[in-house]
Design a protein around this ligand. Sequence first.
Ligand code: FAD
Length: 476
Amino acid sequence: MTQPDAVVVGSGPNGLAAALTLARAGLHVQVFEGADEPGGGCRTAELTLPGYEHDVCSTVHPLAAASPFFAGCDLTARGVRLLAPMVAAAQPLDGGRAAAIRGSVAETASLLGADAGAYRRLMALLERNAEAVESLALSPLRSVPAKPVAGAWFGALGLLPATVLARGLKTAEGRALLAGMAAHSIRPLTAPLTSAFGLTMLLLAHTTGWPVVEGGSGRLVAAMIAELAELGGTVTTDCWVKTLGDLPPAGVVMLDVTPRQLLEMTGDRLPSGYRRALRRFRYGPGVCKVDWALDGPVPWQNEACRQTVTVHAGGTIAEVARSEAAVAAGDHPEQPFCLVTQPSVVDPSRAPAGKQVLWAYCHVPPGSDVSMAGRIEAQIERFAPGFRDLILARSERTAADMERYNPSYVGGDIAAGAFTLRQTIGRPALRWNPYRVPLPGTYLCSASTPPGGGVHGMCGLWAARTALRDLRLQRA
Ligand SMILES: Cc1cc2nc3c(=O)[nH]c(=O)nc-3n(C[C@H](O)[C@H](O)[C@H](O)COP(=O)(O)OP(=O)(O)OC[C@H]3O[C@@H](n4cnc5c(N)ncnc54)[C@H](O)[C@@H]3O)c2cc1C
């Protein structure tokens, strides 16, 4: 076997994005993956019954749709189709009501009654400058925004806790909508920066929609691996890397792992200041996820919930805030905020004719091994009476199971690190270039670097660009 120019540990979306960026630049790349299948948080499997294709982790791909990395992959030519629902996301309330995002800011505002004007004022500037704002949200936050006014508006509002931003909205629907979006931060809604998550998620709902990959998220990974193979790169599975010494010698070492694993892999080879900084890195709460095979569509009371893939089942802003605060305090909420995805709404290929796949997760304290299936099912049943009668089979992963499945989900933290203020400014540590590890030719490219969690490949792209720049400097 020829000696590689670059080795990559981990084949999640970021590891593969880094591998592809390096391979496109002409490097010979070898990827080493511990699991028996590539893809990290982007795999699809029959978790319940034969013929039911479940996304083991990610399903909803607004970040991939907005990602400059994926824009540079000819996904269509590789058979990847993104399917967006009519309603980007919905949040049911008791009594059959719901907040929903349909189409543009103006269209959604028109559904928000007394909040129409406030919603337009909040979102219109962001929508007009969507490309620049999305690019800011997917960057390492060290460059001047392309549209400074929109960037400043996004930054100033984004810093606010979602509970404060929500004071500008009057209706239960408007406030619940913002709360559900902000809860993607996996932080208490009273924490700074939760509005940045809310605004980014809302904006993406208006621009890219919230699509799924036809046939399952695993197809996105298959397309990336196909291009890598064409460029001469390889992916070796069933190969856990314990120390950097396990790797073949290469000029570039790209690590799609989190700070805890980086510390384990490098022992005392890292400078002590960097080691201390990595030890200060904080992981967030975990998730408990349940997948179901269903006998038919979920009977949501509200029609908008039947037309979307993503349902935020958590009730009012007060309820969502209570649920997230309980998790932050180390408790398991009785009525958890649940993120529900129903890809079958737009993609019938996931299940036998007339049947559906569905998943939902809720946030739980780190490392929890408590089953939340009953509480999650009760929340869905609350807004969709008759749901339980449709369950043909279920598969559950607690937060502890999540980490067993993928060691990058430390304590079940699917974002590879908490989005505290400090870890948003400096992720994994406060450095001008967060991708460089202070060892020759070594880089971190996982979601523990900016811009963080989600399937966008941007951590891998930024890390690989850093490595290529360093190589050019070495050769100059
Ligand atoms: C339940 C769930 C739902 C999600 N939903 C969405 C969603 O709808 N949309 C979205 O955009 N994002 C979603 N995410 C988040 C998304 O999946 C992750 O942010 C993304 O996968 C991170 O990519 P990554 O490449 O940084 O890491 P990962 O995808 O975690 O990949 C890391 C890879 O490295 C491997 N690895 C780790 N250590 C080693 C080692 N020592 N040796 C060899 N291999 C190693 C792991 O096995 C893994 O394959 C979800 C995640 C989960 C868990």
